[in-house]
Design a protein around this ligand. Structure first.
Ligand code: ATP
Length: 593
């Protein structure tokens, strides 16, 4: 397949701010793509070579890319650096530098998607000493034969700067339209994606074998399953109402959710966002070796105080996220894995079993492990609100965030947030019963003490139906100087020159970002707002919802993808709940966020 139509589609997509148009361009591109190439094109449009869980990155140093552009364009490196400074994007700089070049030369090899993909793949797989030089040669070989437009996107891809804003859900919509002619079939594709976490494979299957083949995709070892998530509630009474009077109540530990895949001789750990994090926890890898079966289990990894054995807060786990000195970190920051679910045993899915059946199975699997790093999460069965409250008090005393309450008869619903699991958290000092995890999408420049940094950040919630990030507040409190510095640096990588196509807001900002970073905030209440876009028109025409008196809690949720942020639907529920408690008079308050 020629690379040209792909590049043309990239150009169209880059220039649109409309989600609908984005999906249409995508459908057109998928229809043009030979079925055997669909998986590769699916990965490429998302700036990847493989599904995220493979953890394969190109690993190219910026200065190498500058050298490659210099050698292909016949300009020297300082010239390229000057253009780069002007454009702020190395892909655009490459396009600019290569301009006089026009079309590729007469004797060049044809630029096909196969060639581009396999070259990128070789770049990613080249490691060890001298690898940067090899990577440089591979990238140059492409650039030498590329047109200006092709060169621009090759470099954007290599630098991880292909910012087309195409989320998983948009790809699923486009696949349903392109290969089944009906957007409603997206649900079948989504189910397959939920148990495989691999859009490329789902795409290729629907393109080559049709919808029935997609239905038969099964849970497999070493392909992470998208996690089942919980709704929030505010009282134990409500929990029992939702659970028909009887429920399993568990400690809600404040750690990192981990999905363990254990084969005969191999162990992999996946994070909540389904990235491989095995290397963070070599001690856990060792601890689960004695499990006899091949299994997929879920649990919460928590830092523990080595002196007292008590649980420590989430932030302590940060010490484990490092490339070097893992041995030392293991000693100084010990952890334990607290299992709460089993999804697969010896070739068979267990997701269809009821929660209590899964718990029984899990208990049996763990019983044989003689290692204090492997634990079964504390559980009780409750039929009265007082029982939940007492268990909750014990949980909090033991360093937990609250409790998880689970429907005993429910199957495991991959990728879904629902009331089969609910979370009840400790009262915060603020009025809302829970924190919110929101995506940074814009900022205002700081003044005075904050000059040269950002003074306030524009935060957005995620609208699942529209697949958009909708602003819900501006936050300027709760930041230490260290945070301000850190945010400025991290956000620099995501700066774009206008509002991102997946962001909706009525606010004017000094800076805009790709929706990437998720942070946790608390707020005093939710109010109707004429300037924020979250849940716009859902409660009153022309109004969205906004947070009043928001404050950053100090937690950067890098275990969450932007699509895992608090949803606008959840915010609507929180708003309505607040009405019930306080009466309608509270909602008239002006938006402050
Ligand atoms: P939060 O921000 O409240 O942690 P979340 O969006 O990360 O929520 P939720 O599904 O809303 O995820 O809350 C469940 C999370 O709580 C799980 O992802 C997991 O990390 C953690 N957790 C702690 N204890 C348990 C437990 N016993 N069962 C399930 N999840 C648990």
């Amino acid at each position: 397949m020629d690379f040209k139509p792909v590049v043309e589609a990239f150009e169209q997509m880059e220039q649109t701010s409309s989600r609908l148009a984005l999906t249409e361009f995508l459908v057109a591109l998928l229809k043009k793509t030979p079925p055997v190439m669909i998986d590769k094109v699916t990965y490429l449009i998302q700036g990847k070579l493989y599904p995220d869980y493979e953890g394969i990155e190109l690993g190219v140093a910026e200065k190498m890319v500058i050298r490659a552009i210099a050698s292909s364009s016949g300009k020297d490196q300082p010239q390229i650096e000057r253009i780069y400074q002007k454009t702020g994007d190395l892909g655009d700089a490459a396009g600019e530098a290569m301009k006089p070049k026009g079309q590729s030369t007469l004797f060049s090899e044809p630029m096909t998607v196969e060639r581009v993909y396999s070259t990128f793949d070789r770049v990613a797989r080249t490691a060890g000493s001298g690898s940067q030089e090899t990577k440089l040669r591979l990238i140059s070989s492409l650039l030498n034969d590329a047109t200006v437009a092709e060169g621009r996107y090759i470099i954007k891809f290599v630098m991880g700067q292909l910012r087309l804003g195409i989320a998983d859900y948009t790809v699923l919509d486009a696949l349903a339209v392109a290969f089944t002619g009906d957007k409603a079939n997206r649900q079948v594709l989504e189910n397959a994606y939920n148990v495989s976490s691999d859009l490329g494979t789902v795409a290729k299957l629907v393109a080559t074998k049709g919808l029935e083949a997609v239905r038969s995709i099964k849970i497999t070892l070493f392909k992470p399953i998208r996690p089942m998530l919980a709704e929030r509630i505010t009282t134990s009474e409500e929990a029992l109402e939702r659970m028909e009077g009887k429920a399993a109540v568990e400690y809600k530990l404040d750690g990192e959710r981990v999905q363990l895949h254990k084969g005969k001789n191999t162990v992999e750990l996946f994070s909540r966002r389904l990235e491989k994090i095995t290397s963070h926890y070599p001690d856990l890898e060792g601890a689960v070796k004695s499990i006899e079966s091949e299994v997929i289990l879920e649990g919460e990894v928590v830092a523990i105080n080595s002196q007292t054995g008590e649980y420590l807060p989430f932030q302590e786990l940060m010490h484990r996220r490092r490339k070097y000195g893992v041995e030392e970190a293991m000693e100084n920051y010990p952890v334990a894995m607290n299992f709460f679910d089993v999804l697969y045993v010896d070739g068979k899915s267990k997701m269809e079993l009821t929660y209590m059946e899964r718990r029984k199975l899990l208990k049996k699997i763990i019983a044989g492990v003689k290692n204090d790093k492997v634990r079964l999460i504390e559980q009780t069965i409750a039929t009265k609100p007082e029982e939940i409250d007492r268990f909750m008090a014990a949980a909090i005393e033991n360093g937990c965030e609250g409790v998880m309450i689970k429907q005993m008869s429910s199957s495991y619903r991959a990728g879904a947030r629902g009331y089969a699991w609910v979370k009840l958290k400790r009262e915060y000092s603020n009025d809302l019963a829970d924190t919110l995890d929101l995506v940074i999408v814009g900022a205002l420049h700081g003044r005075g003490r904050r000059a040269g940094k950002y003074g306030a950040l524009l935060l957005a919630a995620y609208d699942q139906k529209a697949d958009m990030f909708q602003s819900v507040t501006k936050v300027g409190t709760g930041f230490t100087d260290v945070h301000l510095e850190q945010f400025y640096k991290e956000l620099e990588q995501h700066v774009i020159n206008r509002r991102h196509p997946r962001v909706e807001t009525g606010m004017d900002m000094d800076a805009w970002f790709e929706p990437k970073m998720v942070i946790e905030v608390i707020a005093s209440e939710i109010t109707l707002s004429p300037s924020h876009a979250a849940a716009l028109n859902a409660l009153r025409p022309g109004y969205g919802l906004a947070l009043r008196f928001p404050k950053f809690t100090g937690k950067i949720r890098d275990d969450k993808k932007p699509e895992d942020a608090t949803s606008t639907e959840e915010i609507v529920t929180m708003y309505k709940r607040q009405l019930k408690v306080a009466g309608p008079s509270r909602t008239g308050a002006e938006e402050e966020g």
